[in-house]
Design a protein around this ligand. Structure first.
Ligand code: AMP
Length: 402
């Protein structure tokens, strides 16, 4: 069954949440459920397996955390819920949200991710926790060391399942799921539902209900999206002009490769203050420091690759710049979802640099988001030599004008 909610007139109380949870929501200033929350929470609370198609920025974390909190037995300090996410940063964000949403209850949450001292995580597990949030690698590590027992699990959440599969976590996820009790509830959240995610769901979920918020995502509504035609050898200059033109409050610049990100960072670091870089090869201590500085606003421009950039949830991000056009259309959706955040009243802006040979990739993105991106011309700057007009999406097979 597919549920699709266009507007939300229900309140959190209407969703059947308990008083302590309502108090936590009040404290967090969450006034009304987001569409994914209104649709997902009642299904998850009913005990059914559920697939939520929504990307970060739509309130999907609370959509799965709230039903867990309502149904955990806090009198038993054993791991009853396991949440798997693709990146350390996302695991930490989810664990944080879980702690904030359960501030008035007895719920204990541990975050088990690589790059952090394993001893502290083991100590927390030994003290007794109800919810474990982590990345698949470290979770397996702790299962194998017998520090994490899955015997009492009642809930498994696969967050950003598409990304976990993209970055090669399938064998680890399957290994973990095979060790989970048969009798459990499985929730899966994913921005997209490509066949590998469907296969995973078919194999490990029991007649899941589906909630599709993929096109109702807040991000696509509140983000002004443009492309900028660029010459390959003038991308850096174009970026400089665009920054001067836009003067972003905070900007996240996406590149495809770590090498490209390093190069751009080297060129910018000396010229602009408050610039930082984030990619998977950098030490965890560096990644933590950068995230902290970006969150506090000290870092204004963050240069990142997809894997680490996509989980970032910072309300101050006003601009996304796709310095390299994303390789996969779904990455576009994820990247752009970093701005126009639910908790922010400000509008977000996304600019995608497109070189003359990338017209087709741009069209594919437009088909994916079912929206035509207008071109942005930076005032007083010619970012590319003139080129032949490209096909419009209406001329391309596969585009539906909904
Ligand atoms: P998420 O999609 O889970 O990454 O959530 C995006 C941001 O929206 C986070 O900062 C959440 O704390 C916030 N948020 C989630 N649900 C609500 C809500 N109902 N009202 C206001 N903010 C929310």
């Amino acid at each position: 069954m597919t549920t699709s909610v266009k507007s939300v007139s229900v309140s959190f109380a209407d969703l059947g949440l308990s008083e302590p949870t309502l108090a936590a929501l009040h404290k967090m200033k969450f006034e009304k459920p987001s569409p994914i929350q209104a649709a997902f929470i009642p299904i998850a609370m009913s005990g059914s397996d559920c697939i939520g198609q929504a990307h970060t920025g739509t309130g999907k974390t609370a959509a799965f955390v709230l039903p867990l909190l309502e149904r955990l037995d806090f009198g038993r300090p054993v791991v009853q819920a396991l949440v798997l996410t693709p990146t350390r940063e996302l695991s930490e964000q989810v664990a944080e949200e879980c702690k904030r949403l359960s501030y008035s209850s007895q719920c204990k949450t541990v975050c088990i991710v690589g790059g952090r001292p394993v001893r502290a995580q083991i100590a927390e597990l030994q003290k007794g926790v109800h919810v474990a949030v982590g990345t698949p690698g470290r979770v397996i590590d702790l299962i194998e060391r017998q520090n994490l027992s899955l015997g009492d699990l009642q809930f498994v959440v696969l967050d950003e399942a598409d990304r976990m599969l993209d970055i090669g976590f399938r064998p680890d996820i399957e290994k973990i799921l095979r060790r989970c009790p048969e009798e459990r509830q499985t929730l899966l959240l994913s921005a997209t539902l490509p066949p590998p995610v469907e296969r995973l769901a078919n194999r490990y979920m029991k007649t899941p209900q589906k909630v599709d918020m993929s096109t109702n995502g807040i991000a696509t509504k509140t983000v002004d999206q443009y492309y900028v035609t660029v010459d390959y050898d003038r991308k850096m200059e174009t970026l400089r002009w665009l920054l001067l033109d836009q003067r972003p409050q905070q900007v996240l610049v996406f590149l495809r490769t770590k090498r490209g990100a390093d190069e751009l960072y080297r060129k910018f670091a000396g010229k602009l203050p408050n610039v930082a870089i984030l990619h998977g090869d950098l030490a965890q201590s560096h990644r933590d420091r950068v995230m902290k500085q970006f969150r506090s606003g000290e870092v204004r421009m963050l240069i990142a690759t997809d894997v680490v950039g996509r989980g970032i949830d910072i309300s101050g991000i006003s601009h996304i710049i796709n310095y390299d056009i994303p390789e996969y259309c779904d990455d576009y959706v994820h990247r752009v979802g970093r701005t126009g955040r639910l908790s922010s009243d400000e509008k977000g802006y996304a600019f995608t640099f497109v070189t003359r040979d990338q017209g087709e990739q741009l069209t594919n993105i437009e088909i994916r988001i079912n929206n035509m991106l207008p071109e942005y011309k930076i005032p007083n700057f010619e970012s590319a030599r003139p080129q032949a007009p490209r096909k419009t999406i209406h001329e391309v097979e596969g585009f539906s004008n909904r």
